[in-house]
Design a protein around this ligand. Sequence first.
Ligand SMILES: Cc1cc2nc3c(=O)[nH]c(=O)nc-3n(C[C@H](O)[C@H](O)[C@H](O)COP(=O)(O)O)c2cc1C
Length: 251
Amino acid sequence: MRFYNIFFSPTGGTEKVADIVAKGTKLDAEEIDLIKEPNKLMKVKFEKKDLCLVAVPSYGGRIPSVVTDMFRKVKADGTKAILVAVFGNRMIDDTLLELQDVLEASGFVCIAGMEAVAEHSLMHQFGTGRPDQQDEKELLEFAAKIMQNSEAQRTPAFPGNRPYREYGGVPLKPVANGKCTSCGLCAKECPAGAIPLDNPKMTDKDKCISCMHCVAVCPKKARNYSKLVSFIAGLKMKKVCSSRKENKLYL
Ligand SMILES: Cc1cc2nc3c(=O)[nH]c(=O)nc-3n(C[C@H](O)[C@H](O)[C@H](O)COP(=O)(O)O)c2cc1C
């Protein structure tokens, strides 16, 4: 039996949550980082006896579109999956339900899921510093409970609605500033292919999913987005995002 920790984590919050949950299973995990090694997922032969942790951030209450595209190319054989939707202290809306649908279409059986808070990757004033110690304790407990129940084949009722919430993206698209040396790291790692390798100073705003991976990886801090737009969006969201949201387990 193999255990895979599969995560899509442009700015590191989802990876932090996935690592805690993986630790809580007490299994040896093989990591599949969907950004650093986008082709690894397709090369793995997922077998019935295997277990996968699949962790994604919630974007507008949905899963990032590029994750759907990646799983479309996967063929699992009744492989069990634990679903993790990570969110920036607003809410996950249909994220878990959509992830369930995408994984089932690829042959996985979803045996458990959770929603977990991490710092908001666009508006860092929300969910600041999370997952924190309290989150870690809860997530480890969630993982232990899932493992006690890991022989189950039943899919829990995840929150959300079909058709899913409409998501048209956000108007925050990072661009290069004068410090850009065209090293090309952002272009190489952009999960949406929105930065041309031969001209990393450009951003294709139609392709960009605002994941902020380019901002996070740039060694020169040469990519940023409009702080004014972010500030205004933050004011609008303050009411719904300020109080501490809980992590939740679905078994
Ligand atoms: C484009 C975009 C849309 C987002 N939409 C939501 C949302 O609807 N609800 C929410 O609570 N957080 C939302 N967030 C915050 C992320 O879900 C959260 O910060 C997550 O931890 C980011 O994962 P990462 O650190 O692995 O990149 C959004 C973030 C981005 C970049």
